[in-house]
Design a protein around this ligand. Structure first.
Ligand code: SF4
Length: 513
């Protein structure tokens, strides 16, 4: 192993990183770049994993925790527990041949003196993804890694299990037995088939980390979504805006590979009739070449003519966590807590109303639905951005509160998704790099109306702040500040949608002259 990596023990996260991309792992370990700081969303997801693990330990009341932050001390403690009378060990820490494994739960198997391993995962499904996508994960390989390390240290494992939230079991906050909320799945056979393959991979990985890598990496054959932060380090000659930024270009694998193999990376080097320039990428290409937006005014006009008065702009915010914070929700189920509604009357008046759940002493969905249905007009259009989210929340209201079913049906019929104009390439600006997200379109079209000045400026931060706002330990002053910030943020989304519609209307007027 390289000098700089000598001290670093190889853990299962390294193996998962290796499966995603060897070069990325190598660069990470050699710290040749500064990766993006962890986002609030990343921290939240990690904390959810910890919370679920803590809760799942309740299935093993006699478990003993290996504590501390020093790995050597943890190993000594683990060995003491395993050699003595301890039957259940949390966070057993074992090292062998430069590999280190920390197991969530080890349970002594009384019959043959071996151990059973329980891995705690906060996902509602067992992941067995063998693709090389950035967010892919494989729980079977993860457990295989641990078993290989344990067995190399002479600790025999008989059976292994994954404990994860049962997506079909409602969680009870108030005391009902939640035992069925924890799904315990025996994966012994799957791991038996995988562990020798993983063992081979572990030693290949060790050798790879120890070696040197040449410049360039395989992501030249993949779309931008699959690139990591190191792409520019490995490929310094590829322009920042390249063929990799064409809309969903990763889906045209063979053509992208042909171009990359021929070292054609500049969008401007592509002939107009190149097969990579499919209908959905043509607008972006033209806009890039001409350095101005490309639009089809007839299509935009036809689409916008479907909007009915009064025009309403609606946006929800929702919260989700591995262990629901409200009674009778499923793991990771969305809990809507806020809406913002702007209404534009035919007379040109723009009105704004909103709702934000102040506490979780009762299900926020009740007040959220009742207030919304009082304020919203069932005749006018409801303009949203990315309709699947708002439709999902409305359907949820209808399912959980059948008394609102017919009214929700009317609302669903009146949903108009403004994102469609950009998604369907009726309006293309190369600077969005093929994205049609509200924030991206807003930043390009409405330069003076940004989210930068807001304390909360994205959906993830919004629900993290709301969780803080409804926690019992928060001070009155802090609660009021978060409340104000959340209202501002949600309003900004509906106001931005309104402003984009106005922008398009102005464009139609201008082009019709
Ligand atoms: S850009 Fe892609 S191939 Fe290159 S190191 Fe990152 S993930 Fe790996």
């Amino acid at each position: 192993m390289k000098e700089s990596n000598m001290q670093k023990k190889i853990n299962k996260s390294h193996l998962m990183n290796y499966y995603f991309c060897k070069e990325n792992l190598w660069l990470n370990l050699n710290q040749n770049f500064s990766s993006k700081p962890e986002s609030e969303g990343d921290k939240f997801r990690a904390s959810q994993g910890d919370k679920f693990e803590l809760a799942a330990r309740s299935l093993f009341p006699k478990g003993v925790l290996v504590e501390g932050s020093d790995i050597n001390i943890k190993q000594e403690q683990t060995m003491r527990f395993l050699e003595n009378e301890t039957d259940i060990v949390f966070q057993a820490t074992i090292e062998s041949k430069d590999f280190i494994s920390i197991s969530d739960v080890l349970v002594r198997n009384e019959i043959n003196g071996s151990w059973d391993l329980y891995e705690i995962k906060s996902t509602t499904n067992i992941k067995e993804d063998n693709s090389l996508h950035k967010s892919s994960s494989n729980h079977i390989k993860d457990i295989s890694f641990q078993i290989n390390v344990l067995e190399m240290s002479g600790i025999k494992i008989s059976s292994c299990y994954i404990i994860h939230p049962n997506k079909e079991e409602l969680f009870s906050i108030n005391g009902r037995n939640n035992k069925n909320f924890f799904n315990v799945v025996n994966v012994t056979e799957k791991v038996a088939l995988e562990k020798n393959i993983v063992m081979k991979d572990m030693f290949e990985m060790k050798e790879f980390i120890n070696g040197d890598i040449s410049q360039g990496c395989n992501c030249i054959y993949k779309g931008r979504n699959n690139h990591c932060d190191t792409f520019n380090i490995s490929n310094p000659d590829i322009p920042d805006y390249s063929i990799h930024d064409l809309k969903s270009v990763g889906q045209s694998k063979a053509t992208l590979s042909e171009l990359a193999s021929g070292e054609i990376f500049e969008i401007s080097s592509l002939p107009k009739d190149h097969k990579i320039l499919t209908k959905s990428r043509r607008g972006q290409f033209e806009s890039y070449i001409q350095k101005k937006p490309i639009f089809n005014i007839t299509e935009i006009k036809t689409e916008l003519s479907k909007i009915k008065w009064p025009i309403q702009f609606l946006d929800f915010e929702s919260y989700q966590s591995v262990i629901p914070i409200i009674d009778s929700y499923y793991s990771w189920e969305k809990i809507p807590f806020q809406w913002s509604l702007h209404t534009l009357t035919k007379g040109g008046e723009l009105r704004s109303v909103d709702f934000l759940a102040n506490s979780i002493s009762k299900d926020p969905l009740i007040d959220l639905s009742e207030t919304l249905l009082k304020k919203i007009n069932t005749q006018g259009s409801i303009v949203v951005w990315h309709e699947s989210f708002e439709k999902g929340i409305l359907n949820m209201i209808s399912n959980r509160m059948p008394k609102f079913e017919s009214k929700i049906k009317e609302l669903l019929n009146n949903i108009f998704d403004l994102e469609k104009i950009f998604k369907a390439n009726m309006y293309c600006d190369y600077r969005t790099k093929g994205s049609s997200s509200l924030k991206r379109i807003n930043s390009i079209l409405l330069k003076d109306y940004t989210y930068d000045q807001l304390e909360i400026n994205n959906g993830e931060n919004a629900f993290i702040e709301w969780e803080k706002m409804v926690s019992p330990s928060i001070s009155k002053k802090e609660k009021e500040t978060i409340r104000k910030n959340l209202i501002e943020y949600c309003k900004q989304d509906t106001l931005a949608t309104y402003k984009i519609l106005m922008y398009l209307n102005e464009l139609i007027k201008k082009e019709s002259k």
